[in-house]
Design a protein around this ligand. Sequence first.
Ligand code: C5P
Length: 215
Amino acid sequence: MAEFVVAIDGPAASGKGTLARLIAAHYGLRHLDTGLTYRAVAKALLDAGQPLDDEAAAEQAARSLDLSAMDRGVLADHAIGEAASKVAVMPAARRALVDRQREFAAHGTGAVLDGRDIGTVVLPGAPVKLYVTASAKVRAARRYHEILARGGTADEAEILADILKRDERDSTRADSPMKPAEDAHLLDTSEMDIETAFRAARAIIDKTLADRKET
Ligand code: C5P
């Protein structure tokens, strides 16, 4: 693992992705949104007409995935997120993606990875771990307004139902369930705008870096 790694976990629409991007830009670190890796595998299966529970096909797609060619615009689709959380219950697919994610974190001087299991499974030795949450209602409202801002239409109640379903699937799966690492800093952004959340995250990271310099 590179020297300066920030592991960020949390549920869908908690703000972790935006925070991860801001942190990476601020500290000059490379960034990997690991949700995109699960989404890309799900899309590969959908495109090939394969069922989402075909573990061998998912593992194969994960091993041959080109991390640099993942297109956020295409993969951000709501239905692909749903499909990704089905792919994400399969241990062989997870193992293959975790290998790729660790490889990404091993190079260069540092990296930010965000997902569900970064602090617990992918990089348990990361010096800084954040677990970003917000109430399901706030997260659904954020997603809803994001979709409207992009000119789309959506039903907020349906988004909330999907978010609750995805939380349940992600936190109850047997392999690498979503949960905070014991040494993660919890950041509840329910009452925070992104600027406030970013300031709070920077304070945690700067303190960790300063403590490390002292020892
Ligand atoms: O974060 P995002 O919504 O893009 O993730 C899509 C799905 O991928 C999640 O609901 C989860 O099931 C899965 N995932 C995971 N582990 C990660 C990142 C994402 O299981 N580290």
